[in-house]
Design a protein around this ligand. Structure first.
Ligand code: CUA
Length: 326
């Protein structure tokens, strides 16, 4: 009996371990803090799978071994209580939960440890766009750029409803609740471009509330900062194109000149040539006042008027007129 049970337990345990650990449920890890969370998941998964294997094998064994046979009309013998067994099945789970609690506490304290030389980034969430401000660099952009190995502190605020910040490679997820400032501390460990998505159903455009988190080497980041500052100084078309790219417009609109390929909103290469500058400006600042036929109102964020300075807005409108002229 013990051998049958043991074989069953090993088979069930191995199958469920394989499903849990060998299928890549999440992308490769890309942050120090997320690695600690992965370790906790691994610990909890192993504990759960071992218990599952024991319970499942005993259950299956009991169903087969003690099933009612055709000639067997009698009830089983009544049993009542087993103090030893009850103590065991209380102590073991209590000990396991305590172990998980201790490891979790240690991981959380480490994940909350803010280094003195971290970079502060202010995050604004609004229906349906993200914007990131680097207060010390005077840059605001719709694409998050960070340095590999440099700890960042995200201070996140919502302008309307609850949104939720998530980069799967970084693992940690944080709801952004209106009226409060939420914090998330991340140390990216892998360069590359990763999806940055809203994971809280926040309205009609929820599915479009996604952008990119780009992890760069320090040199590439410094180059990007220099480019941003040059474009802002140059003004005109360079600044307008920069505003288009940074605000993430290309995520929803086609604009060949700036590499925009989004299909959510109207194709700007097609619609802009027939529109005047005044209408283009109004469509950016108050996009739901006049929505193009075939498109839903309430999808384009109404926050660009606040997010862009008057100078950036002027440059953007000029650029859009220039870039799509005949
Ligand atoms: Cu914001 Cu979903």
């Amino acid at each position: 009996m013990i051998i049958q049970l043991a074989v069953m337990g090993v088979v069930i345990g191995a199958a469920s371990m394989a499903a849990a650990l060998y299928i890549p449920w999440l992308p490769d890890i890309g942050s120090k803090e997320g690695g600690r969370i992965d370790d906790l998941y691994l610990l909890a998964s192993i504990i759960c799978l071992v218990i599952f294997a024991i319970v499942a094998s005993v259950s299956i064994y009991a169903v087969i071994k003690f099933r009612a046979r055709p000639d067997d009309e009698e009830d089983g013998k009544p049993i009542h209580g087993h103090t030893g067994l009850e103590i065991v099945w209380t102590i073991i789970p209590a000990a396991l939960v305590t172990v998980i609690a201790i490891f979790s506490g240690v991981a959380l304290v480490k994940n909350e440890d803010l280094k003195a030389d971290h970079r502060l980034i202010e995050v604004k969430a609004a229906q349906f766009a993200w914007s990131f401000t680097y207060p010390d660099l005077d840059i605001t952009t719709g694409i998050l750029r960070v340095v590999e190995g440099e700890q960042i502190e995200l201070r996140m605020e919502s302008e309307d409803v609850i949104h939720s910040f998530w980069v799967p490679e970084w693992r940690l997820k944080q709801d952004v609740v209106p009226g409060t400032v939420q914090r998330l501390i991340i140390t990216p460990t892998r360069t590359g471009s990763f999806p940055l998505i809203c994971t809280e159903l926040c309205g009609l455009g929820h599915a479009t509330m996604r952008t990119t988190a780009i992890v760069l080497s320090r040199e590439d980041f410094d180059t990007w900062v220099a480019e941003q500052q040059q474009a802002a100084q140059a003004g005109g078309a360079a600044e307008g194109k920069q505003a288009f790219v940074n605000a993430g417009c290309g995520g929803c609109h086609v604009l060949a000149d700036a590499g925009g390929t989004g299909q959510v909103g109207p194709d700007l290469d097609k619609v802009l040539p027939s529109l005047d500058a005044e209408f283009i400006r109004a469509s950016i600042v108050d996009p739901n006042a006049d929505v193009a036929a075939g498109y839903q109102p309430g999808v384009m964020p109404e926050t660009y008027g606040d997010q862009l300075s008057t100078e950036q807005l002027d440059a953007l409108v000029d650029y859009l007129v220039e870039a799509t002229k005949g």
